[in-house]
Design a protein around this ligand. Structure first.
Ligand code: DP6
Length: 360
């Protein structure tokens, strides 16, 4: 056994989801999860949304066990197994055979386009690095996380984060990197307008494959995304919100247009999502400049990027949609940091029973 391996200690970490501003929607390698284009996202604040994950490595376990939001997961299920493969990858890197007990909890609606898998996988990779005594760099961890779920690699850093497309067939240059930390633009924030808590109908993995294979409009996407990404990085550096908002809305609309024109058509937005778009466009028009931008990942919930000085106006406008029943909750988030370790008081594992603590 590896000298650094501590089999009696529970390791716990916390991480956050990210919202893509320039979207990843299409792979060039399905197995290694290599994207067709680079993407860029903001990591959200753990105060608003977070995943907590505890890990115990133990020779007493005869198989891996994984509890998510209080429910034991079937590791033979294809979707779970695809994402859980990262545990095997990291165990191999550590040269150990011990099994792991993982207990993970999200404080936001799972699988509703709120990037719970990104947050979950980034946090898991981060905590396993400690539990297995691997000591990998955050860049290396992002390469592992990418193989669980592409967008997860961006949640290993805080602030504005780019996932580089890379060119190598083995994926060694397709990793995440921080572009600006969370202190660069502290006024920037994300209001998440929740319009649905339903699970998404088409998983993003199957959806993006369908788009790449069947949509003739996709051919122009990778180059357009790369161009917009470099423009976005530049205006973000200058804190030019007016231009940033244009780029954010353009990229979200381009991705959802590609989904819509895929055969069979993929539609994640619902009537309430469109009402949020109308509302923000109306607000920007009446202000005579962009004070907010909407963006949607693979789900109907809106992320409204704004500056703290405009937030009261945005929240006031959203009241209309709350009154009509289109928006039933708004979570306000600042831009946050990457994952970090928590003390033993935060453990979600009941050591004696080797299962989740009651209430998890
Ligand atoms: C719309 O990262 O969930 O949120 O790599 O197949 O696990 P897999 O896909 P995933 O796709 C996220 C797509 C998106 C855009 C984005 O986050 O860039």
């Amino acid at each position: 056994m590896d000298g650094k391996l501590d089999t009696n200690r529970v390791f716990t970490a916390e991480g956050a989801p990210n919202i893509a501003l320039i979207k990843y929607w299409g792979k060039r390698d399905e197995k290694l999860i290599l994207p067709q284009n680079s993407s860029i996202s903001l990591t959200l604040s753990r105060d608003t949304l977070h995943t907590t994950t505890s890990v115990l490595v133990s020779s007493k376990l005869d198989e891996d066990r994984f509890y998510l939001d209080g429910e034991i997961q079937d590791l033979k299920d294809k979707d779970v197994a695809e994402r859980f493969g990262i545990v095997g990858i990291m165990r191999k890197m550590a040269g150990i055979r011990e099994k792991v007990l993982i207990v993970s909890r999200n404080d936001f609606p799972t699988a509703s386009g709120m990037a719970s898998s990104a947050s979950g996988i980034a946090t898991l990779v981060y905590v396993l690095n400690e539990a297995f005594g691997l000591g990998l760099s955050t860049r290396k961890l992002s390469i592992v996380a990418r193989q669980g779920s592409g967008s997860a690699c961006r949640s290993l850093f805080g602030g504005l984060v780019e996932w580089k497309r890379g060119a190598e067939p083995d994926g060694s240059d397709s990793y995440a990197e921080q572009v600006f930390d969370e202190k660069h633009w502290p006024e920037l924030m994300d209001n998440i307008a929740i319009v649905s808590q339903e699970k998404k109908k088409v998983p993003s993995r199957a959806g993006m494959k369908q788009t790449v294979q069947s949509n003739p409009l996709y051919a122009s996407r990778p180059a357009a995304a790369e161009k917009r990404l470099s423009e976005l990085t530049e205006v973000y550096g200058k804190k030019d919100f007016e231009s940033l908002a244009e780029l954010i809305m353009a990229d979200s609309n381009e991705m959802h247009a590609l989904m819509l024109s895929t055969r069979p058509s993929i539609r994640y937005l619902n009537r309430s999502s469109y009402k949020v778009m109308d509302l923000i466009e109306g607000l920007n028009l009446s202000e005579g400049k962009n004070i907010a931008a909407y963006t949607f990942d693979a789900g109907p919930n809106a992320h409204i990027i704004t500056l703290s000085k405009h937030n009261a106006k945005v929240m006031e406008a959203l009241e209309q949609l709350k009154a009509s029943g289109d928006v039933f909750d708004v979570r306000q988030s600042k831009i946050g940091q990457g994952p970090s370790m928590l003390g033993k008081d935060f453990s979600l594992i009941d050591d004696a029973a080797l299962g989740p603590k009651a209430g998890n």
